[in-house]
Ligand binder design. Structure first.
Ligand SMILES: [Ca+2]
Ligand SMILES: [Ca+2]
Length: 189
């Protein structure tokens, strides 16, 4: 009985030892694989999340610009002599780039700003002749391949094609507000 008990104890210890080896072998190899897989999946999920956020910000930019366009038309038609607001600053993330009058006139609850922090901003400029009959409004997109960029109104200071209004002080060729510059979503009346 004593011998049997001893053998049983040895077998149990031996079995425990083997299980421990198996268990350790399993974890050391498999754990590394699992960690690597989790790492890859996590980085993929993070990249996907960042991309979704980027697209959401660009969608908001297009929406903001269109909302501004509606308000600009309401302002234009409300003036004794129809005209668009004068531009006070091309790109000022802290000011309302000349469009505070849209809020003061009750055409907008507030002037929308770029969803990213300064120095990102929407850009607005109007022709300086009176009455101001044309403007150029734009937002810088984060996604260079955003579909909105294929249907926007690209134009710059040298562009005389029909979508551009003569007399509007667009940014010089190659500048951040050059309508043909990459990733600027441009609109005109
Ligand atoms: Ca374009
Ligand atoms: Ca453009």
């Amino acid at each position: 009985m004593k011998v049997l008990h001893s053998n049983l104890g040895n077998r149990q210890r031996g079995q425990g030892h083997n299980d421990q080896n198996d268990f350790l072998g399993f974890t050391l190899i498999e754990l590394l694989v699992v960690i690597a897989i989790i790492g890859v999946l996590a980085s993929m999920a993070l990249a996907s999340l960042n991309n979704a956020r980027l697209k959401a910000r660009d969608a908001r930019r297009v929406s903001d610009v269109r909302q501004l366009q509606v308000a600009l038309e309401l302002f234009y038609n409300s003036q004794p002599t129809p005209e668009y607001p004068a531009a006070s600053a091309l790109c000022d993330a802290n000011a309302a780039y000349g469009l505070e009058v849209l809020v003061a006139g009750g055409f907008l609850p507030q002037v929308p700003r770029d969803p990213n922090a300064a120095p990102n901003c929407y850009r607005y400029t109007a022709n300086i002749s009176s009455p101001r009959s044309a403007y150029h409004l734009g937002a810088t997109m984060e996604e260079a391949t955003n579909p909105a960029l294929t249907v926007d109104k690209d134009c710059d200071s040298t562009d005389n094609n029909p979508v551009c209004a003569t007399g509007v002080s667009f940014g010089p060729a190659g500048s951040a507000f050059d309508g043909t510059a990459a990733a600027i979503y441009d609109t005109v009346p």
